[in-house]
Structure formats: C-alpha cells, structure tokens
Design a protein around this ligand. Sequence first.
Ligand code: ATP
Ligand code: ZN
Length: 457
Amino acid sequence: MKQPTLQLFNTLNRTLSPFHTIDPKKVGLYACGPTVYDYAHIGNLRTYLFVDILKRVLQINGYQVNHVMNITDVGHLVSDGDSGEDKMEKGARKQHLSAWDIATFFEDAFFADLERLNIIQPSITCRATDHIQEQIYFIQSLEEKGYTYQTSDGLYFDTEKLFDYGKLARLDKHGLEAGIRVDMAEKRHPTDFALWKFSGRQKRQMEWSSPWGDGFPGWHIECSAMAEKYLGEIFDIHIGGEDHIPVHHTNEIAQCQAKNGQVQANFWMHGYFLNLNNEKLSKSGVSLRLESLIDQGYEPLAYRYLTLTSHYRSHLSFTWEGLAGAQKALRRLRERITVMPAGGAVDDQLKAEFLARINRDLNMPQALALAWKVIDSEIEPANKKATLLYFDQIFGLDLGREEQVTIPTQVQHLAEQRKRMKQQGRYSEADAIREQILALGYQVNDSVDQSCAIKPR
Ligand SMILES: Nc1ncnc2c1ncn2[C@@H]1O[C@H](COP(=O)(O)OP(=O)(O)OP(=O)(O)O)[C@@H](O)[C@H]1O
Ligand SMILES: [Zn+2]
C-alpha cells in the first residue's frame, strides 16, 4: 500500500501528520517497557494495548515492524524527578525477596498478562541490567561533549546546555526554575537529571563499577542506549504513556540530541491514562490487576474490548459496569459471527471504510462501530463473517472463537407464542411477533425444528 495513507498524532508538533517512514517498508518502533517491581495494573496494560493496536495497524498497512521494548529492572527512582529510592530495591524489601528475584518474577507476570490480552510480543525485549556497558559508553560520550557534571551522589545531565530542552513537553524551563520550591540537593537546575547514581555508603543489591564510581544507571539513559543499539541513532516511532512526556521522554530526547545532534525518533506517541474514581491507576497507589477482573468472571479480552471503546488520546474511566457492557458486547459479537457460514469474501467497500477509520490516528471506537454496522448490514452472511474476521486482525478479540449461542428466555417465549398463533391460523399476529423477535436481534427459521429455529440475526 502506498504511503502516506496513515495519519498519526505526533506529540512533538502536536499535529495529526501523515506517517512517513525512514525505510519505505520497515518501521523502527521503540516502546518504553514496564518497571518490574510489582504486578502491572490494567492502566499499564492499557498503554501496551495501545502499542499493540499501533503495531497491528502498521502491519496491515504493509510495514514490517521492528518493535523493541525495554524492561526497566534498575534505576527508576520513586520520584521521576530523580530523588528517593530505586523502585526495585524498595519493591524487593516489600516482597522480602532480592531485587533480581522480583525483576524475574514480575517480568514473567507481565508477559503472562500480555499473552492473555492477545498482545503480540515485541521483536526484541531488552533489560536495563543486561546493557550496563552500553549505558556507560553513552554517558561517556555525553561527558566528552561537555553535557555532564558530578555531585556527591552522581553524575548529572546539565539541561541548561541545550537551548531547546523540554520542547516535547513545551516546558517553561525558566518559569520552572523561578517557581521551584523542592530541594534540588546539589543539582544546578531543577530539570537536570541523573545519568549515573553512586551507591553511597549503603551497599546496593544492584550495582556496577563505572569510570565515575560504583553505582547504577539513571532511568532515562537505559532507553536511549538500548534504542540506539537496536534501532540506530534515528528511527520512526517512540511510544509510551502520557506521563513520559514531561520527564522521561523529554530527558531521552535531551541525551540523544546532545550525543548525536538529532532527536532520535520522528514520531512520538502517547497513550492517555486509565483512571479509577478520577484517579490515575498506579502501582504504588490505586491499583487493579487483570487477575482481579478474571477473578470476577470476566475474560481478559473483555478488557481489551473496553479499551477499544475509547480513543487512545482520551482518558478512560474504568467502571465495572463498563467492563460488564464490554463483555456482553464481545460475546454478542462472537455469537452473531458463530452462526454465519464460512467461505465468504471480505467486502471491499467495508474494508476500505475500516482502513480509513483505523488509519485516522487509530480511531478504534469508530472501527468498532463499523463492526456493528457490518453485523446489521444487508451483505451476505458469509461475506459478513469474512469481513469481521478481517477486522479482527486489528481488534485481536478472537472473533472467530465459537460462542455458545444462548437465546434469551423472552425470545424463546415469543417464538413459542408465534408457533401457537400459526397453528391456530392467526397469521397476522404471528407475523407481528416475528417482527418483535427481529427487533430483539433474532430471527426464526420456519424450515427447521422449533428447538433450533431461533438464531441471532
Ligand atoms: N494509569 C495508567 N494508565 C495508562 N498507562 C499508564 C498508567 N500508569 C502508567 N502507565 C504507563 O504504563 C507504562 C509502564 O509504566 P511503569 O511500569 O514504568 O509504571 P510505573 O511508573 O512504575 O508505575 P505506576 O503505574 O505506579 O506509574 C508506561 O508507559 C506508563 O506511562
Ligand atoms: Zn523509556
């Protein structure tokens, strides 16, 4: 398919822009991965579902996607402003395990959640602790270029050295400095951030020697170093949750610009938060796991369906009623598809309409609405099925899974009533009931035995 039919919202210039790639057939995609100090919550998973949808949309547009995702298993401090404890060491204390053990445990749990949600695995997964040397080289290069300074607790990036620091977030750097009230310790500017932190007097579970002393890398440097290793100095898309805009991605850009003279990705995309009771879900605060939804009897894909009902650039409020609605809609969609015959062809016009919707900045709510329109359309049932299964390459909802069709008792009663009317020769009343059944989304087939004569329309 020829470019540029796909349009994506680029946070860098705040516009919906035609998507152009560096290589005509390939996309380099870097997604910031989880910090594995606890279970992922369904908010984190919303972001990975968004990445998955983007990847599927790129693939259906004919691109081969080289998808790299990191695992943050060291260096992410409790405060994004680079103060406080390392989340891994804190998590290890809480779980009474070593930092290495919790990293392995929660990484496995994370991938199990991805699988349950039909999220396609990244092409490359890379851990921060497996790339310490790459991070040290990156920092050395920044040091040689004069972007660093040392304090008693680490080596820092001097954000004042970059004239356009903070452009991704449109930060008012000087305004920030004037209004700053927090203790900056020995940092020269509030936005400066750690590249390497010293272990200090207390021995850490995770530490390495470096030209600056024993310690561990800062959080932002891991993504810059690993993205460069696997995707090169410049690639197509960098993606993460909206909280990455002001700090993590801003600092990643600063490091790469300082080292290589350019912003490392052409497109920056951000998924908005999932909230619960108007609060952002977070591992350390209000949390809710996929496991809890399963415990309540929901299938993981009902949650996937729920996330498709809102655009990725809108906040989504989680409610149990919303999830129940999503579960019901998903079952109903599968029931309707189950009874359609196989062997049809994808409808060209509906396919074009679908591509137009998903290619306009991944408009999944509109794409879902189209699926329901297909269900109610006049096209041949076999072609409906083929078209919906084509859509499912993007939805990832297992729409081809056979769903046991359960006819509501109300519909069964109406069908029995209609049968009696017909036996008594009261045909116009029987026809009126048939219409009533149709309005409820079912049809009666008179040519077969009454017990299997009702099916979803
Ligand atoms: N409520 C949320 N809704 C959607 N995405 C989220 C939410 N909270 C975090 N994310 C995203 O999830 C991804 C993984 O985040 P990470 O594992 O680093 O979480 P964290 O910052 O350690 O913990 P927390 O969930 O407490 O913020 C990131 O891209 C982040 O932006
Ligand atoms: Zn990152």
